[in-house]
Ligand binder design. Structure first.
Ligand SMILES: [Mn+2]
Length: 432
């Protein structure tokens, strides 16, 4: 049985309906930007060049520690997850890479998996290990930690798992390995802070030694949860220290949800860029904690300010500046495909808007100590509606002018509901 997919002619047909407004708005925006000495075609090129990876676990419905409400036609294995990732890529065009989580996505045959993905135009982004939960048949438990556990045998098991992830990654064409651990303590006195960090470095050195030459290692910090009193890799400073200790292939990954409320994340980004250790991002948004809400849904201005730093580094041609972008969200009440598409679009929007900032005027305002003018220069870029640029960029690349409307019109989810009757055991829904 061949599975349903949205074909190019359907997308083209849907695009025809939207073309009149796109053309009108694009023409208007062309004139508006020209008054600011900005050539709109340059921004379309920027929009088309932007890439963000989709996490395999993002296409399944997420959950909280209270409950999970499965959606219709959820993917039941890694092949069905890739099918959904392929659909997202087809409509938005900015998401050609998928990030796997092992063992959730452990392939029976890694070569077959790679070929399946490649046939859909997909490639593989960073690998992700999982030592924050126990798997069936596992010899040692991670209940009290993994890479930092006091027992050497537990640490060794966790190290070997990470090396296994790298081995799978080599076959499927991945070039990075992300390590996030839930290790920490729930009570004062439970863990010796210095010893735990020493053990972390000892374990990570073994994993680092298994990295192929052209690979990068991403260290993901998080200030709390699942440990509620202390976490071993709790902030960017600790992450930076470890990345420096490990060597030139180790970098610091920023997950937007992994900071205390109101922390100036864009400044952390600037620091890591300056120190040459920015790995990239796990994009999401949050209101209270690690909420894993859709990117740009709560603090779009913060997202823009982060991209301001990224674009500033890009335009300054900072050496070895090559951040990896990935979405890391939990879709509890929406269709995951719709959320991921909208989030990918929000990132391109912030990226294009950041390219609209008049940087020489901003530098002048900074040098003349004019905060009001500096802010107004940022706001002018942030309040410019770049939707026509994004729509034209997608359409020219064969994607949808309106990805959500086209997706809904296609009946994809209903068809998957028929093709994928729910299995008794639901897929793991953890999000990091
Ligand atoms: Mn993350």
């Amino acid at each position: 049985m061949s599975n349903f997919g949205i074909d190019d002619s359907f997308i083209a047909e849907q695009n025809q309906k939207a073309r009149p407004w796109v053309e009108e708005d694009y023409e208007h925006l062309t004139k508006k930007l020209r008054r600011q000495n900005v050539e709109i075609e340059d921004l379309v090129n920027k929009a088309q060049a932007f890439r963000v990876a989709v996490p395999s676990w993002g296409v399944g419905t997420g959950g909280t520690r209270f409950a999970r409400f499965p959606g219709m036609g959820e993917p039941r294995d890694i092949y069905e997850k890739l099918e959904d990732c392929g659909t997202i890529f087809k409509l938005v065009r900015s998401t050609p890479a998928v990030s796997l989580h092992i063992p959730w996505d452990k392939p029976d045959d890694a070569t077959k998996l790679r070929d399946f993905a490649n046939a859909r135009g997909l490639s593989f982004d960073a690998m992700n290990s999982n030592t924050f939960q126990d798997q069936p048949g596992q010899k040692h438990s991670y209940r009290f930690g993994s890479l930092t556990h006091p027992d050497k045998a537990v640490r060794q098991q966790a190290v070997e798992h990470n090396i296994e992830c790298i081995e799978i990654g080599k076959t499927i064409g991945s070039k990075a390995h992300t390590v996030w651990i839930g290790d920490g303590g729930n009570f004062p006195g439970q863990q010796h802070f210095r010893y735990a960090l020493e053990r972390y470095l000892e374990s990570m050195r073994e994993i680092y030694a298994a990295l192929p030459d052209h690979w990068r290692m991403f260290i993901e910090h998080k200030f709390y949860e699942p440990a509620f009193y202390s976490t071993v890799i709790n902030d960017w400073g600790t992450s930076y220290y470890c990345a420096r200790e490990l060597g030139p292939k180790a970098f610091c990954l920023v997950d937007l949800g992994h900071h205390a409320p109101n922390v100036n994340i864009e400044m952390i980004v600037a620091r890591l860029i300056q120190f040459g250790k920015l790995a990239g991002f796990h994009f999401n948004d949050s209101k209270y904690g690690d909420d894993d809400l859709d990117s740009g849904s709560i603090k779009p201005f913060q997202l823009f300010l982060i991209f301001n730093e990224l674009v500033d580094a890009e335009l300054s041609q900072i050496a070895n500046f090559n951040p990896a972008y990935m979405l890391d969200q939990s879709h509890n009440v929406t269709d995951p495909i719709e959320s991921l598409m909208m989030s990918a679009v929000e990132l391109v929007r912030a990226y294009v808007q950041a390219h609209l900032i008049d940087r020489s005027a901003l530098t002048e305002a900074q040098d003349k100590c004019d905060p009001l003018l500096a802010l107004s220069i940022l706001k002018q870029a942030f309040t410019t509606d770049v939707a026509p640029i994004l729509a034209v960029g997608r359409e020219r690349a064969g994607g949808a002018i309106d990805p959500i409307a086209t997706y809904r019109q296609s009946g994809y989810r209903q068809r998957k509901g028929e093709e994928r009757p729910a299995r008794k055991v639901a897929a793991a829904s953890g999000i990091v």
